[in-house]
Design a protein around this ligand. Structure first.
Ligand code: MTE
Ligand code: HPA
Ligand code: MOS
Length: 759
């Protein structure tokens, strides 16, 4: 079954924010943002800009009718800077003009005087000043500190991992249209329609029921539109409120890159202790998260770093602490994996460090420490583990020893080209870690022509959730997929949505859809039983648009039944709710059962490094991945391939660079490189690990959106192994991404020494 959007995508007929036909009188917005990362806003001169052609209004903080506040978790983020600026790219003024070009031209005429304050871009510096977004978070299992005394081997070090630009193809944007009673309909490219509705409500001072948010689909979100779509929607809404006209803002790529936050960079310290059999006895880690200038989603991202800080391993003694450090960068935000990948990079670094010092393969250590059924995660949940099965199956299918041997042989024969391989087991928890967010609603209508309209809280962003939801309805009603249409995500049809995030959209909204469809079907089953004069309602079943009685076909078809149902005044609409059962978490104790289940898998990545030029290629990615029972193979394979490529990009070539003044240097596609068709792996081999345990997803499938990204971490360690095959003296710092420049410097010891000395 193909993605329901594939035809309209290929024909260019799919509708994104920028394709919505504009109403007459629409104004265009553009933001004037801070050119300074930290300072006191002395003056803002807008007079020239106001006189500029086509300008209708310039909005500043003082013009807002509601609160100048869009912080979702903590109220620490003004919509428009007032008094102080906290990062380069912080919005200061909003220009509204008759055309987009006029708005942008006017922005260039705005001038500000900003008295500079100290700029901090390094989370460790912020930590030293005790400038934290929230109090530190801590996970503890056993007695980590004392356990080191019993260890045969102990290793300590530091690992740094950089951020990542979301680079969704569709930039951020919104379009707001006035409705009666001063309300508005807001089209937004957001993963969180309700988050947008709340933010608009706050800044306009209007109740939520006057604000309708509607989302057709996104050209990608990847977490970047979970929270950070709010600002642009709030600005358009404020523009509509003040001018009584429709207002649209679709950001240009450089505006988007400059003004929005990214994946959180982290700096971390680790200490790991082993017994003589290479079992990990104890692990200590301290994480310094670079949160940027305000909270945004940093606190839950920080928490997920802790949840995944031991990846797929069982470690009996763990002490992990995480600090969310305030810096003068755009507020960093959700990005596929939500802090988990950063936590995993650190333990993989610790393992690589140990392997190198003990002269064993990292995979030896990884294999010996995989978590088992019944083992406890540091947060108290007991594992139902597929870590060993996925590892063993991957070894059987792909033969790790042979792949390693091939690389070793190649390396013996080639002086300037080296191969490296590395393994990456992944274990990722599914559910929002904030338990109340794990709920969803669906609205299903069966029309008298037999067609079915479905609305849910899920947002389609390329991940195929609409296809899966259509499949749920089609399966429950046993109708061809053409009879089902999944409609826009709209806050009037579905209220109080959780964002489409945490890989859980299909699980949650799919389940709600299932409940709604089953409820309608039960009603129609009774109608059918009467029509077919069957006493036992349970004898009635549905297959391919026909009604069966005691498993025998009848003449009664779906459309006839639906019409009869309508004549008998049966309710053929249902609004259903689903909440994941059995999950809870107590932050007082930092223990609980936060995840409905975990997704497991094992990947092996092979690379070839050109040791004269520092460039590299990914030869293969081979993975055994735990799909549960996949609902849609082609959608899920697409998610895995995309996730892997995005993960490899993060680990190898994507380099977010801010200078000391907090200015984004990698501010365009010329300076920020993501994987293209030439740099994607030459081969991605995916073998499904079909698991049969009961889980809380939909039709026993498992969530697939985020976990595969973390396979990409193996690319970093594969490159590192290749570098060490060329220069065995070399022990590259754990500092991702491994860009070609860094690879080159690390290949040659003298250059590496100079780099370490900061020359
Ligand atoms: N796939 C595509 N094509 N585009 C996206 O923006 N976002 C990812 C993932 N896969 C994304 C994607 C992220 S960050 C998440 S949380 C999940 O999709 C969300 O969707 P799901 O819950 O339906 O898996
Ligand atoms: N994952 C993704 N997004 C979220 C989460 C989470 O656990 N919590 C809040 N937003
Ligand atoms: Mo995904 S980072 O949970 O939007």
């Amino acid at each position: 079954m193909k993605n329901v959007d594939s035809k309209s995508h290929v024909r260019g007929e799919s509708i994104y924010l920028d394709d919505i036909p504009l109403l007459q009188g629409t104004l265009f917005a553009c933001v004037y943002d801070s050119p300074v990362a930290h300072g006191v806003l002395k003056t803002v001169e807008v007079e020239e800009a106001e006189k500029s052609k086509g300008v209708v209004k310039i909005i500043r903080a003082k013009d807002l009718i509601g609160a100048n506040q869009i912080g979702g978790i903590l109220p620490d983020e003004p919509l428009l800077a007032d008094g102080e600026v906290h990062f380069q790219g912080m919005p200061i003024a909003l220009v509204l003009a008759e055309t987009e070009e006029q708005a942008r031209a006017a922005v260039k005429k705005i001038k500000t005087e900003i008295e500079p304050l100290e700029i901090i871009t390094d989370p460790r510096v912020a930590f030293a000043k005790n400038d934290l977004i929230v109090p530190p978070k801590h996970f503890k299992l056993g007695d980590a500190a004392n356990a080191f005394k019993t260890c045969e081997h102990v290793f300590e070090g530091r690992a740094d991992v950089n951020g990542q630009e979301h680079l969704y193809i569709e930039t951020q944007g919104a379009y707001s249209i006035p409705t009666e009673q001063g309300g508005m309909r807001v089209y937004s490219s957001t993963q969180g329609p309700t988050a947008v509705q709340r933010a608009v409500s706050k800044v306009t001072g209007l109740p939520m029921h006057l604000i309708e948010v509607d989302v057709q689909r996104l050209g990608g979100g990847f977490g970047g539109k979970e929270d950070q779509a709010n600002a642009w929607a709030a600005m358009c809404a404020v523009g509509t409120q003040i001018t009584k006209r429709p207002v649209k803002y679709a950001l240009h790529r450089m505006e988007d890159m400059r003004m929005t936050g990214k994946r959180h960079p982290y700096s971390a310290d680790y200490k790991i202790g082993f017994d003589k059999d290479l079992k990990i006895v104890t692990y200590e880690a301290t994480f310094y998260q670079n949160a940027g200038a305000s909270a945004d989603l940093s606190p839950p991202v920080l928490e997920r770093t802790l949840f995944h800080c031991t990846n797929s391993y069982f470690i009996p003694n763990v002490s992990a602490t995480a600090y969310s450090c305030r810096t003068n960068l755009p507020p960093n935000t959700a990005f596929r994996g939500f802090g988990g990948p950063q936590g995993m990079f650190v333990i993989e670094s610790a393992i690589a460090h140990a392997a190198e010092s003990l002269n064993v393969l990292a995979s030896e250590i990884q294999r010996k420490n995989l978590i088992n059924d019944g083992d406890e995660f540091p947060y108290g949940q007991i594992a139902e583990s597929e870590a060993k099965t996925s590892w063993t199956q991957a070894d059987e299918k792909f033969d790790f020893a042979r792949l390693q041997k091939e690389a070793d042989e190649f390396n013996r024969e080639n002086k300037f080209i080296k191969k490296g391989v590395a393994l990456m087991p992944v274990c990722f928890g599914i559910s929002f870690t904030k338990t109340p967010m794990n709920q969803a609603r669906a609205l299903v209508h069966v029309y008298t022509d037999g067609s079915v309209a479905v609305s849910t809280g899920a947002v389609e962003m390329g991940q195929g959730v609409n296809t899966k939801i259509a499949q749920v309805a089609a399966r429950v009603f046993s109708l061809p997929i053409e009879r089902i249409k999944v409609h826009t995500t709209n806050t009037l049809r579905i209220a109080n949505t959780s964002p489409t995030a945490a890989s859980a959209a299909a699980d949650l909204n799919g389940r709600a859809t299932q409940v709604a469809c089953e409820t309608i079907l039960e009603r129609l089953r009774k109608v059918a039983a009467e029509l077919l004069k069957t006493e036992n309602v349970s004898d009635i079943s549905f297959l391919d648009g026909f009604i069966f009685n005691k498993n025998q076909p009848t003449d009664l078809d779906w459309v006839t039944l639906v019409n009869e149902g309508h004549m008998q005044r049966v309710n053929m609409s249902e609004h259903a709710h689903y909440a994941t059962q059995g999950i809870h978490f107590d932050w007082g104790k930092a223990k609980g059962h936060p995840f409905a289940y975990h997704v497991y898998g094992t990947a092996i990545i092979g690379v070839t490094v050109d040791c004269q030029r520092g460039i590299y290629e990914t030869d293969f990615v081979k993975t055994v991945h735990d799909f549960g029972a996949t609902m849609n193979e082609s959608v899920d394979y697409g998610q895995i391939e995309g996730g892997i490529v995005q993960g490899i990009g993060w680990m190898t070539m994507e380099e977010v660079v801010y200078d000391q003044n907090g200015k984004l240097r990698s501010n365009a596609l010329s300076t920020y490189k993501i994987p293209d068709i030439y740099s994607v792996p030459k081969m991605i081999d995916i073998i499904p690990l079909k698991t049969k345990r009961k889980n809380l997803a939909i039709f026993n499938s498992k969530a697939v959106g985020e976990p595969p990204l973390m396979y990409g971490i193996a690319a970093y360690f594969a490159i590192r192994n290749a570098v060490r095959a060329f220069n065995s003296e070399q022990s590259p710092a754990f500092d991702a991404p491994f860009t070609p420049e860094r690879v080159l410097m690390n290949l040659y010891s003298e250059a590496a020494k100079e780099m370490k000395a900061g020359k």
